[in-house]
Design a protein. Structure first.
Length: 406
């Protein structure tokens, strides 16, 4: 099989697609041997016509499922009008997108970008500038406190404050200015605060660490500690936000507000990368023309898609689905044999596979054979279905998990 076959649109076998990826792409992922060609709602179909229930939803990038008709319609309409301008000019989707996103999230100002990591980088830069200009921290000495086991993305600055050796090894030298404390340990956070603290950056629920929900009251204590120390609270809601946990923002469960939130994944409606920092106007307002930017950030297509996502979230339907179906999911996971425990919130969970059971990779391959796609990292099975999933589809997937773990 040569690459020329792709030009003739002939059928290419799954193993050939995989061979092309192996030969021609960098090996920074180890995907399951499934080659997808089509998606609709909670279901995807591979090149041989086999259907699978998507029980991962692109790590929350597909909260509304594959090709949600409202989002596709908004994207298609925008494709027919205007797709890209650069930020040298205004366009007729930008201001509306920013206003609607601020209103949805109860914030005052929006900085659009593309990937989640870019939003986190932007928040880090804003916090530092705020510390120098507003808090009066001496230039070059601002500190940001983060949590162990965090996942905020893959840039050199972000991996500088990761505790995952695989994400960090041989990528140094690293960016200074970060302090790492154990997640959920308020005393450790208190000890780490100094007069140079610009911000505390946390995931309200740690996604990649295995859907780790912090101890009750912890996030409210973080908020108080930040207030007491004139320090910003940045909530990274790239994965936890936009209805995944049953509320628009995961922090809403705690009844507290962050000074800045980073959003991504689902904001792109499963169509294209859209991310943003949203937060207080006096914080984001420290940025002046030329100090920060992105060619593609806030482009017309992204804004039109983002606006369609916001319209879906404004109804509250997806938040409610996540709460109600999440309760069902959790009760079903609670019945499973062969698990050492599970945790999560809403339609988001991590199941710890007990010792002596099949390995993570074996579990995900066996699930794929049964028509369920999900991610298993080591002995941790990640469950994050699209929020359009039905109760019956959840049962289908949990039954498959039960069978595989038995
Ligand atoms: C909490 C959190 N922040 C940031 C990111 C990075 O997002 P992206 O992969 O779009 O750069 C992720 C990705 O998984 C994430 O889970």
């Amino acid at each position: 099989m040569t690459a020329d076959a792709t030009l003739s649109h002939g059928h290419i076998a799954a193993h050939d697609h995989i061979a092309f990826a192996e030969r021609w792409s960098a090996h920074n992922y180890h995907p399951l041997p499934v080659v997808l060609a089509h998606g609709e709602g909670a279901w995807v179909t591979d090149v041989d016509g086999r259907r699978y229930l998507d029980f991962l939803a692109g790590y929350s990038a597909l909260n509304f499922g594959h090709r949600h008709p409202d989002i596709v319609a908004a994207a298609t309409a925008q494709l027919d009008r205007l797709t890209l301008t650069g930020r040298a000019f205004h366009h007729d989707q930008f201001g509306l997108f920013c206003r609607e996103l601020a209103e949805l999230t109860g914030t005052e100002m929006v900085l659009p970008s593309n990937s989640g990591a870019e939003a986190v980088e932007s928040a880090v830069k804003i916090a530092r500038k705020w510390a120098y200009q507003v808090k009066g921290v001496p230039d070059g000495t601002a500190e940001i406190v983060v949590a162990g086991e965090n996942f905020h993305g893959r840039t050199t600055t972000i991996v500088s404050f990761s505790t995952d050796s695989v994400a960090r090894n041989e990528f140094g030298p690293f960016t200074p200015g970060f302090k790492i404390v154990p997640y959920g340990d308020i005393d450790a956070l208190r000890s780490a605060m100094t007069e140079n603290s610009a911000a505390v950056l946390l995931e309200p629920i740690q996604g990649e660490a295995g859907v780790v929900v912090p101890p009750k009251g912890y996030l409210a204590e973080v908020r108080q500690l930040c207030d007491d120390n004139n320090t910003l609270f940045i909530a990274d809601e790239v994965q936890s936000g936009l209805a995944r946990t049953g509320t628009t923002l995961a922090l809403d469960h705690e009844g507290i507000r962050a000074d800045m939130y980073t959003l991504g994944k689902a904001l792109g409606g499963g169509i294209l990368p859209v991310s943003a920092v949203v937060g207080r106007a006096d914080v984001l307002g420290v940025l002046k023309p030329g100090e920060h930017g992105s060619t593609f950030g806030g482009n017309p297509l992204a804004c039109a898609v983002g606006r369609a996502v916001i319209r879906l979230l404004e109804t509250g339907e997806f938040q409610e689905r996540s709460r109600e179906l999440g309760a069902h999911l959790h009760s079903r996971l609670g019945e499973l044999e062969g698990v050492a425990g599970f945790r999560g919130r809403g339609l988001w969970a991590s199941v710890q596979i007990a010792e002596g059971r099949p390995t993570g990779r074996q579990v995900s391959e066996a699930l794929a054979e049964r028509g369920v796609l999900c991610k298993v990292a080591e002995a941790n099975l990640r469950v994050a279905p699209p929020l359009v999933i039905t109760r019956e589809e959840i049962d289908f997937a949990v039954d498959a998990i039960a069978e595989v773990l038995r």
